[in-house]
Design a protein around this ligand. Structure first.
Ligand code: NAD
Length: 297
């Protein structure tokens, strides 16, 4: 029987624990605050930001939202970041990516104070992650690591294939899996658009993490029997009955589930964990910045 890895269930439990720690901080006079900055009219970006704000509210955190005109100057965005860096009520800052072409994304990521960089994309935080001394683990790979642990998927000694080498998913995922730490100690192969014979590699893997952004691209024929399959992809496609659009992952679910030992659905797998880990990082940021110690869940 294939085990369905239920991201909603694991995320709900984690959010409850986070809400409990928020109360502890509140009792000590600290209200954890997350600032989101949106400089885009892209519908998906708007939805992501509003979900993040709603998530904050649900666990009792303060959500601060700043919207900038996509035509505004890069300096205006940098100034906004500087103000949020200086604001003691703001513990975490998230600039929703992508930013417009006239803004230098690297400068945006460098500009956020590393202590408030709850996405974990500042070069200092990337360096710390690679060095095995992470301050904030990027939300999606961290969420995946938690999901694997919650379902007792052993990473130590496992052959893991990460499909995708982006800065936000593939690279940090591979880094977490090779760390000499719980949830790590795997032997990791990173595949990407120039990989030759991808199937030969995924077929050898005990754990496959699919983050290529290509709808239903990995099917059962590419998997080893009993493998754990984590589908990161979120792709909007025409629905089969022609009635509109639907979300599908990077994995052809039905076919993969026939072969896999455990698999995440889309939606309801990795997505909710990504959202929960942002709250986790904000909680951690508030604790680190104020010196009020909490027992992180
Ligand atoms: P990206 O476009 O930045 O990176 C895609 C990666 O896939 C690239 O590194 C590329 O080399 C690789 N790739 C492309 N074609 C390939 C091929 N034929 N074979 C092997 N590798 C190939 O994407 P991303 O930001 O890493 O996101 C990947 C997917 O995950 C997207 O669908 C995105 O929407 C989704 N996503 C989901 C969450 C979540 O919380 N569930 C979070 C982030 C991203």
């Amino acid at each position: 029987m294939t085990e369905v890895i239920d991201g909603n269930a694991v995320a709900t439990e984690l959010r409850e624990e986070i809400a409990d720690r928020v109360e502890t901080l509140s009792a000590a006079g600290v209200e954890p605050g997350l600032a989101t900055v949106l400089m885009s009219e892209d519908a998906a970006s708007e939805t992501y930001v509003s979900m993040k704000q709603r998530d904050c509210e649900e666990v009792g955190m303060d959500g601060i939202h700043v919207e900038l005109d996509p035509e505004a100057s890069a300096e205006e965005l940098y100034g906004t970041i500087d103000d949020l860096n200086d604001d003691e009520d703001v513990h975490g800052i998230l600039v929703q990516l992508p930013v417009p072409d006239h803004v230098d994304e690297r400068e945006v990521l460098r500009r956020i104070r590393p202590e408030k960089d709850v996405d974990g994309f500042h070069p200092e935080n990337v360096g710390r992650l690679v060095a095995g001394n992470a301050r904030f683990k990027p939300c999606t790979p961290h969420g995946i690591q938690r999901l694997l642990a919650a379902h007792d998927v052993e990473t130590e000694g496992a052959d893991a294939v990460v499909v995708g080498r982006s800065d936000i998913v593939g690279k940090p995922m591979a880094n977490l899996l090779i760390q000499k730490a719980p949830g790590g100690n795997a032997t990791v192969t990173v595949c990407h658009s120039r990989t030759d014979d991808l199937e030969a590699r995924t077929r050898e893997a005990d754990i496959v993490i699919a983050a290529a952004g290509i709808p239903e691209f990995i099917d059962g024929s590419m998997l080893k029997a009993g493998a754990t399959v984590i589908d990161v992809g979120i792709n909007r496609v025409e629905s089969e009955d022609g009635s509109g659009t639907e979300l599908v992952g990077d994995v052809a679910y039905e076919s993969a589930a026939e072969v896999a030992g455990a698999i995440t659905p889309v939606p309801g797998g990795v997505g909710p964990m990504t959202r929960a880990m942002l709250l986790y990082n904000t909680l951690k940021a508030a604790s680190l910045q104020t010196g009020v110690e909490i027992d992180l869940p």
